[in-house]
Design a protein around this ligand. Structure first.
Ligand code: F6P
Length: 372
């Protein structure tokens, strides 16, 4: 007799809106096929420690619009370098990937769906190389994962960032101030770029174009000459000055990616206030961009990704990740998506459009090259 198909789900890395929509779509469509579904708690931690819940229709019903993840997540648990408990006498990381694989087998799983960004999917790829039947779903507000035009969570973060730019416009204008909005995005400038375009930011600073403070000052002065006594600057947390470094807020000892960026807006704000004479205020959006309800687009995208993941399992396309390219759901090998961040391509028309619509990237030399 053929064994019933049983699949495991996990959500890894930082949370973002749309995770529950994926869990719902995978679970509902798998249950319709007569499969059994379990969800591991807190990312790979649940797989290593065998902590899971059964997912039935009633468990995923009504979660489409909820932010976060009903399974919990973890951006520290790496089965290949695992610390069982930071309080245990033995705090040194161990490779517990074989233990995780045996838990996968012990639970009689046919396949695992790993929902996450670069870190989670890199681990998924290593498990695939060990022989685990695994498929991926691309998540991150940063939109920096290769192999897919877009990740879910990005649109919701963009919505928060654009709303902030909109709101700050009125207060900046009333007080004749410079308002600096700092977005997340790690080493890629997608959130700042798109929120800057959508919100009509005057200066957009992204990691892909190192800025020159002198050029930012000039851009603000040019606006003043045109009678604009305020400026909105949208800056990505990973933005850095020409020849300088990114601003690191802190380093976490126990994280696979220990660097936490943040605070570049204060660096810029202090100089601008002195040099332009305009009062300057800073707003760091931080985790607001990761919280709350997913946008309709993210619900739609996450649902499509979830259905695609089930298709991949049915077609036994293990080692693949659901993707969205050229407005179609498709798939790509996980190995082709991870380890190479998708950054803003300066040759695209959306980058050119920033300049043509009158904004600046804070680097006139690069701007001239883009417009050539
Ligand atoms: O990768 C998502 C992200 O929100 C980044 O934009 C940000 O730099 C980082 O995670 C923050 O991580 P944490 O939640 O650990 O502070």
């Amino acid at each position: 007799m053929r064994r019933k198909t049983k699949i495991g789900l996990l959500t890894g890395g930082g949370d973002c809106p749309g995770l529950n929509a994926v869990l719902r779509a995978v679970t509902k469509s798998a249950l319709k096929k007569g499969w059994h579904v379990i969800g591991f708690r807190d990312g790979y931690k649940g797989l290593v420690e065998n902590k899971f819940i059964h997912l039935r229709d009633r468990d995923v019903s009504g979660i489409l619009v909820k932010g976060g993840t009903i399974l919990g997540t973890n951006n520290k648990a790496n089965p290949f370098k695992y610390v069982l408990s930071p309080y245990a006498s033995d705090k040194f990381p161990k490779d517990l990937s074989r233990r995780a694989f045996s838990i996968f087998k012990k639970n009689g799983l046919t396949a695992l769906v790993a929902i996450g960004g670069d870190g989670t999917l890199t681990m998924a790829n290593r498990f695939h190389q060990m022989g685990m039947p695994i498929v991926g779903v691309p998540k991150t507000i940063d939109n920096d994962l290769s192999g897919t035009d877009i990740t879910f969570g990005f649109d919701s973060a963009l919505d928060v960032a654009t709303d902030a730019v909109d709101k700050l416009h009125t207060t900046a204008e009333s007080h004749h101030r410079i308002l600096i909005v700092e977005t997340m995005g790690r080493y890629a400038g997608w959130i700042a770029l798109r929120a800057g375009i959508a919100g009509g930011g005057d200066i957009i600073l992204i990691p892909e174009i190192p800025y020159k403070v002198g050029d930012i000052i000039q851009a603000v002065r040019k606006r003043r000459k045109r009678g604009k006594n305020f400026s909105i600057i949208v800056v990505a947390e990973g933005a850095r000055p020409m020849g300088g470094e990114m601003t690191i807020m802190k380093k976490l000892k126990d994280s696979p990616d220990p660097v936490r960026l943040g605070g570049v807006s204060y660096r810029i704000g202090d100089i601008l206030e002195k040099e332009t004479g305009l009062e300057t205020r800073v707003v760091i959006l931080g985790h607001l961009q990761r919280g709350g309800r997913p946008t309709p687009f993210d619900r739609w995208l996450a649902t499509g990704f979830g259905i695609k993941a089930v298709d991949l399992i049915e077609e036994r396309k293990f080692g693949y990740m659901a993707s969205f390219n050229n407005f179609r759901f498709s798939q790509v090998k996980i190995s082709r998506a991870v380890g190479r961040l998708k950054k803003v391509d300066l040759r695209t028309c959306e980058v050119e459009s920033v300049l043509r619509a009158g904004a600046s990237f804070g680097n006139f030399l690069v701007e001239a090259k883009i417009l050539k």
